[in-house]
Design a protein. Structure first.
Length: 133
């Protein structure tokens, strides 16, 4: 009888560990898939035909290009990189360092809409190291 209980316990333990392992693998695959966002240049984004995938693009804010109506949370702006300008929009509050002259690069994550405007879902502002002079 004790042997039957031990075998039953081992069977349940093995099944539980298998389910846990499958769950960990599944969650890991989801995390890898969501973090697999490609960096493209402004030129590459403007010349691509596949606008269904989320991509990242980097550039500097074009001075005086930022606009946001008082009654809206959608802001419009332009970024520039390698002489190419990309019109972009973002719904939400932009990061604090977005307008800083000390900000090094603005990284946008999102997709290009049919009008050729980049719809950012996320904004990351890279700043130069505080140790650089």
């Amino acid at each position: 009888m004790l042997k039957k209980i031990t075998n039953n316990f081992n069977y349940k333990l093995a099944i539980s560990l298998f389910v846990l392992l499958v769950a960990i693998i599944y969650l890991g695959a989801l995390a890898l898939q969501s973090s697999k966002t490609y960096y493209l240049t402004i030129d590459e984004i403007q010349n691509t035909s596949d606008n269904t995938k989320s991509v990242r693009v980097a550039g500097k804010l074009v001075q005086d290009s930022y606009t946001r109506p008082e009654t809206s949370t959608v802001s419009s702006f332009e970024i520039i990189d390698e002489g190419k300008i990309l019109k972009a929009s973002y719904e939400g509050v932009v990061p604090d360092m977005f307008f800083s002259s000390k900000s090094d690069t603005i990284i946008l994550e999102g997709k290009l809409n049919p009008k050729g405007e980049f719809e950012a879902e996320n904004i990351i502002v890279k700043c130069p190291s505080k140790y650089e002079e």
